[in-house]
Design a protein around this ligand. Structure first.
Ligand code: OAD
Length: 310
């Protein structure tokens, strides 16, 4: 078995070569951090580590449970029991999405170029709900699978009645208190947002909660895509959440895996960081910087500069 390509030089050669026909990207929150959106699990700065359960409108028991396991604030069972912690936690993010407060990163542009310059991007599976891929105009909508849904639309979790996103946002602005301490016009107490169809307080952005169902598109696309993949780029994800992380082992055994992350992830899933690795390549660092290194070798920097200036 030959050694896997070195990063970035041989990886760029591999991307350009006819051996590489299909590239899939599995993306996570680390890819959007440089736009100003914190990730979930980074110590000290991630959403879960900085979450203060005491600020949430919840019973003592609910707060204790969320303190023990912060993912419960984004859990379907918890949301149906009390929707306010999720809405309070996501208030700033929901309103920031509506205002298009965040811009796509160099890493997003790299993925766009895999399609526009090489025609080799089969799909990006993103766990991110920020919609930053959509700002890349060269990336067709069908190339993007939003594994955990996306902001930009809202619906009732129970009866699935769709709600206009702007209307939903104005309700969030006027009914949900701000736990970041940054908003001056937010109410001091939260009120539930009721579904006009079923009357339940279960209207939310169309994002997937823990123990909620995955979009049909995830299962359909992965069934079509994975078998032909030559390179899986795993970028800015801790690979802790399934079934998104299953891509890592569902691709063919011959498929190379490029891990772009500021830490080693996925060892429990079989990613090999030793020098004996036959298929795993580690680009250790900031996702934008790693993508810049690769784009430099691919000769894409001028085009990147002109697109970022737009
Ligand atoms: P995590 O926060 O779990 O992981 C982000 C990963 O990116 C970590 O390994 C970080 O070390 C790394 N990272 C952070 N900043 C980086 C940067 N600038 N460059 C490179 N690496 C960086 O986020 P996800 O894996 O996306 O689900 O989380 C998966 C899911 O868990 C989310 O979609 C969300 C969450 O709970 C739901 O809410 C259902």
């Amino acid at each position: 078995m030959p050694a896997p390509p070195t990063f970035p030089g041989e990886m760029a050669e591999f991307l350009l070569s006819p051996l590489c026909k299909s590239v899939i990207v599995l993306a996570g929150a680390g890819m959007s951090v440089s736009s100003g959106i914190p990730d979930f699990r980074s110590a000290g700065v991630g959403l879960y580590d900085t979450l203060q359960p005491d600020l949430l409108t919840a019973s003592e028991l609910e707060r204790e449970l969320i303190a023990e396991d912060p993912t419960l604030a984004l859990d379907k069972g918890m949301f149906l029991r009390n929707p306010l912690p999720m809405l309070e936690l996501k208030r700033d993010f929901i309103l920031g999405t509506q205002e298009a407060r965040w811009k796509s990163t160099i890493a997003h542009r790299f993925v766009e170029f895999l399609h526009t310059k090489l025609g080799k991007l089969t799909r990006i599976y993103t766990q991110n709900i920020d919609g930053l891929e959509l700002q890349c105009k060269g990336l067709p909508r069908e190339k993007v699978v939003n594994v955990h849904g996306s902001m930009g639309a809202a619906a009732c979790e129970l009866c699935e009645t769709e709600v206009d996103f702007d209307e939903f946002c104005s309700k969030v602005r006027s009914s949900v208190k701000d736990i970041t301490g940054q908003s001056t016009d937010a109410p001091t107490e939260s009120k539930p947002i009721l579904c006009e169809e079923c009357g339940k307080p279960t209207v939310k952005p169309t994002i997937v909660l823990f123990r909620g169902s995955m979009p049909k598109e995830f299962h359909e696309r992965t069934a079509e895509d994975l078998g032909d993949c030559d390179l899986l780029i795993i970028m800015g994800t801790s690979l802790t959440v399934s079934p998104a992380n299953s891509l890592v082992y569902r691709i063919p055994p011959t498929c190379l895996r490029l891990i772009v992350n500021n830490q080693r992830v996925g060892r429990m899933l079989g990613i090999d960081y030793t020098e004996n690795s036959i298929r795993d390549v580690f680009a250790h660092g900031h996702s934008d910087e790693m993508c810049l290194d690769l784009m430099d070798k691919l000769g894409w920097l001028d085009d990147l500069a002109s697109i970022m200036d737009d």
